[in-house]
Write a protein that binds this ligand. Sequence first.
Ligand SMILES: O=C(O)CCC(=O)C(=O)O
Length: 212
Amino acid sequence: MSSAAWQGSVQGCLWDDAATPEFGRVAPLRTPLARGAWVDHQPGWLTGSDAVFDALVADVDWRADTRQMYDNVVAVPRLTRTYGERDALPHDCLTAARAALSAHYRAELGEGFATVGLCHYRNGADSVAWHGDRIGRSRDADTMVAILSLGEARPLLLRPRGGGASIRFLLGHGDLLVMGGSCQRTWDHAVPKTRRPVGPRISAQFRPRGVW
Ligand SMILES: O=C(O)CCC(=O)C(=O)O
């Protein structure tokens, strides 16, 4: 790989691989939603990221969580791992992504992104149900949640909290999606299951301190 090219795109990130992961300039297209919410989407923000995907699948100590559902304990339909703001991240690329997102959004957000959550959707049976990230400060204040999507393209749906028509963003390999404004309070989002045979996907979510 050309380490010079990678160094040029993201300071301080080097690894020896055939592909050259490279972030483009953060320049998403913004979709305003009702009730003060918005979504930024930038297809192909990170290119050459096959090796990043493979490294995350192999190196992250993925957790298979369970949750109580009425009288039963059921498996959470995805693998997860979360990193606090002082935790070492499992790949330099995530550190670089967080820095680039913080630099771009800091003026609007009033702070940088701090924590990183990872979800590994192994196939179409893995999913995340309708929800908003409304724990912590996001319960009653505007915030942003940025997602870097790697691997198989899966749709992320958004619908107004309490019901209404949904809108769909197909998140492909290297895409960036940022939910902002009141989005976590006034809208819900989901990655639905699919019967189509689909490959694995990893979602990296970047959140400000105190937002879950
Ligand atoms: O997979 C995604 O991109 C969304 C993940 C998500 O909504 C969550 O973990 O709260």
